[in-house]
Design a protein. Structure first.
Ligand SMILES: Nc1ncnc2c1ncn2[C@@H]1O[C@H](COP(=O)(O)OP(=O)(O)O)[C@@H](O)[C@H]1O
Ligand SMILES: [Mg+2]
Length: 354
């Protein structure tokens, strides 16, 4: 089976390493369009980390979390009492390897106690002690991927606030543990961005699609001809997942055109659907109806440009397009662009008929 090796994320990885080399003091939000390579970069980072680190990676993608128990279940991973003790011993004694865990290993008895407590304060207190023990001779790193999954979850108040408070405690107050929160959801990141409690307590790291040089180097490494290289950039831009499709393909131009055709059909279907229905969208606590005309107005702006300014757009339509993964908003710059080059081309193609 052909497997494509990890491709250059030098700039982003350097930034992460710089963060990891100093005492934790801010929460780091890693954001970017869907399929830009955030999770892949994190996995690569975990593989490469020097031996003084202990990494806990938790991916919330596809996890169903509706209450306290679900939350505890995704955060922790039960180990038999014996193995848990061994892990603790390893963490506190061995310094010659990087330890990596998916989920935070605990003994079943601990898990049961946490289930019974039903209070975040106790969970966070337990974790604080846990990380304090590790920090005695290792450097703990907690990475939560797809954090937006618990973005709206209310369990005795909004869970997210309690999490943020806990993250601030581990970083800014105690300098105990590095925290990375990853998300593709730009509306979630926009909320984070405007959240007063995080002001001055976090930083943002964009992992975007590859730039031209990086994308070109990738496909050149896989024997693309100049024509194929041009096709790759025209259809995929720097979207890793799209470039992978072409790398694996026999007839690259045909596959690129097929991918675009699929995207065009999806967008046409969506616009057709909007002829019959006005979807409802929540912004804060208020509900709005999405009008097709407003959607078309926003999409029309991409006919002769790749990026638009966030200002002055119809908000429900904008939220709808972002939620539907057609557009990506960078809250840091206030710039909106299609989620991918294919989306941009599809928008232009479809608007010819609207
Ligand atoms: N740096 C990279 N090198 C090689 N392949 C990559 C790289 N980044 C992303 N990919 C490919 O793109 C796919 C989507 O990336 P992923 O990390 O899941 O995106 P995200 O987490 O940003 O949504 C991966 O499964 C992988 O095949
Ligand atoms: Mg991901």
């Amino acid at each position: 089976m052909k497997r494509i090796p990890f491709h250059n994320r030098e700039r982003e990885l350097n930034e992460v390493m710089k963060i990891l080399e100093v005492e934790p003091s801010l929460i780091t939000f890693i954001y970017g369009p869907i399929n830009s390579g955030k999770t892949t970069m994190i996995s690569h980072l975990i593989d490469q980390l020097p031996e003084e680190y202990v990494v806990f990676y938790i991916n919330l993608r596809g996890r169903f979390i509706s209450d306290y128990r679900d939350f505890i279940r995704v955060l922790f991973k039960i180990e038999t009492e014996k193995k848990y003790k061994e892990i603790l011993k390893t963490i506190s004694e061995i310094s010659a390897e990087t330890l990596k865990f998916s989920g935070i290993p605990v003994a079943e008895s601990v898990m049961n106690a946490l289930f019974k407590e039903k209070s975040y304060e106790d969970v966070f207190e337990f974790l604080e002690e846990y990380f304090t023990t590790i920090a005695k001779n290792k450097r703990p790193v907690l990475i939560i991927d797809e954090l937006q999954v618990v973005g709206d979850l209310k369990i005795n108040g909004l869970l997210m606030y309690k999490l943020f408070n806990f993250f601030i405690r581990l970083t800014k107050e105690l300098h105990l543990c590095h925290i990375f929160a990853v998300s593709s959801d730009s509306l979630f990141i926009e909320n984070v961005y405007s959240e007063a409690m995080l002001d001055g307590r976090c930083r943002y790291l964009l992992v975007d699609d590859f730039d031209y040089e990086t994308a070109a180097a990738l496909v050149e490494g896989h024997g693309f001809t100049d024509d194929e290289k041009a096709v790759a950039w025209e259809y995929c831009g720097g979207k890793p997942v799209c470039l992978m499709e072409l790398i694996y393909a026999d007839n690259r131009e045909q596959i690129a055109k097929d991918m675009l055709k699929t995207r065009v059909t999806q967008l046409k279907d969506l616009l057709d659907y909007l002829d019959y229905t006005k979807p409802r969208i929540m912004i804060g606590d208020d509900e709005y109806l999405v009008e097709k005309g407003d959607i078309a107005d926003i999409l029309n702006r991409f006919v002769d440009t790749e990026y638009i300014d966030d200002e002055g757009l119809n908000r429900p339509a904008k939220h709808f397009l972002i939620k539907d993964n057609i557009l990506f908003l960078n809250p840091h710059t206030g710039i909106i662009k299609p989620q991918s080059r294919l989306n941009l081309l599809a928008i232009r193609e479809v608007l010819k008929d609207v």
